[in-house]
Design a binder for this molecule. Sequence first.
Ligand code: FAD
Length: 539
Amino acid sequence: MYSDLDVLVLGAGPNGLTCASYLAKAGAKVAVVERNVESGGGLMTQELSGFKLNSHAIYMLLAELMPPYRDLNLESFGVSFVRPEVQAAFLYKDESLVLYSDPARSADSVARISPNDVEPFTQLYSDFRRASEEFIIPATYVPPVDPLDQIELLEQAGELGRWINELAEMTPRELIHGYGFTDERIEAGLIYLASMFGLDPDGGGMGFLAPVYVYRLMQSALVRGGTHQLASGLRRALESFGGIVLTASEVREIILDGNRVSGIVLDDGQRISAKAVVSTLNPEQNFLKLLDPALLPTPLVETAQAWEWDETSLYVVNWGIVGELPRYVGRPQEVDNALTVVMGIESPDDVLSHFEAARLGSIPDGLVGHASCPSQFDALSAANHLPDYGNCEVLRWECLAPYEANWTTLKKELAAKAFENWSRYAPNLSKANIRVELPWSPEDIERHIPSMKRGGIKHGAYVSIQMGYNRPSPDCSSYRTPLEGLYVGGASTHPGGMVLLGGGYNAARSVVEDLELPIWWNAPPMVTTAITDGYLPEA
Ligand SMILES: Cc1cc2nc3c(=O)[nH]c(=O)nc-3n(C[C@H](O)[C@H](O)[C@H](O)COP(=O)(O)OP(=O)(O)OC[C@H]3O[C@@H](n4cnc5c(N)ncnc54)[C@H](O)[C@@H]3O)c2cc1C
């Protein structure tokens, strides 16, 4: 049935669907193979009793900036974003810091808490924005450059480039601390933003990633209709170019003939051949499970064996409620309208000890985490079509969490604790109004997506030896592997995890080149500018 395929893409997450869409539009005959019953991977929205609950990704850091949005005309396939003006609120004991997509309004909020910190905040925002827009985001959509060459380019590119090189010697905390905030609550909030997806605030050499997290978490967006709408749009684009998605199809083996990959075997024994296979799974799956390590080049096997997994995972609980949205008592009005509301931190040490606790396997008593109400910004999320039900809303709580814990009991206990904690700040929240509850533990994450081993949302730790050119290894840095016909393009490749679509986008180009298909898309203007400015090499 699936004969004459040019390319098989393993995994229908954001990267797999992106890669397949570019290939199909280039004229390749493509099939995406996905173990779950629905495509999307981390772009998951579960519908319970009419409530649309995002158990995985929710914050779209780059949204319309992702080149596939324009190249694949995703808007025409039903994808749009909502970007709330009030981006984040930090509920300190006696104060609230509110960050907006407009940095001038954020600076006003900083001024209300600590006038001395307006200058460092404004400087940080400006530096982080420039570093992100001029280098970090463009570099997401090109293959990683050999580290020594990249350092040389940045060194030659001017002041900003030299500063970015310095960041690669710092931890995220050192970088933020270096701005000299006088009120530690402001510093704590910024460190929280840098680390809320599991970037270690004390991670050596990881300072270069902090700017993009902090800056884009002041510009982030939701996918209208629930995160899964992005997966639906990508899939519709793919199908419109003639590609197909085979769901409920677990890949058991990648077929190797000599040094050439020629297809796959599914769990039910079905064999499917293709000229090329692009895997968006993790290195352990690719090189230790689906292929026989005895037949592979030693460095590839060693890379997979030595792969470091994320030290922390996430715990998420969604509720569908009737009644009102949370109203925060004794807080500025804008807090009620914030996309993300952070609770439980007062100082950088609180953020660090929360991270450390998750890393070491416990959840601290005083719950640290962040809340959001997607239905506040996106009416499609709530189940408001039943008039008798009253007003419905969707609430979500998220925090860093350890993988190893007794999640069978803990996941419900934590849901109750998180709701209770939230209602201390917003007393109008009542347990009696909960209609559905969906707690989602690190174990659930791994069960749903085995590539997220140990609940690792990025398919592998962010440590400097696993970033950029080394992700997953130098001999796979062009998305080609040492095995002919096998490519990689998931979160375990540059630029890593999160919904950026970069791995799939970059991998598609290598495959198109090798299959001698037309490259039908142009590099985005941000990339051509970064090349002209000397931050990135000529293609
Ligand atoms: C709780 C949580 C919250 C998150 N929040 C955010 C957020 O707010 N913003 C953000 O940008 N990112 C967030 N992320 C991270 C983001 O979802 C991932 O980094 C991203 O989905 C990785 O994309 P991918 O396509 O590389 O892989 P995945 O999305 O992991 O997709 C891999 C696919 O491969 C399939 N697969 C695995 N093994 C096989 C097999 N043997 N055969 C066939 N198919 C297989 C899986 O089922 C899956 O569909 C979050 C993740 C989690 C879990």
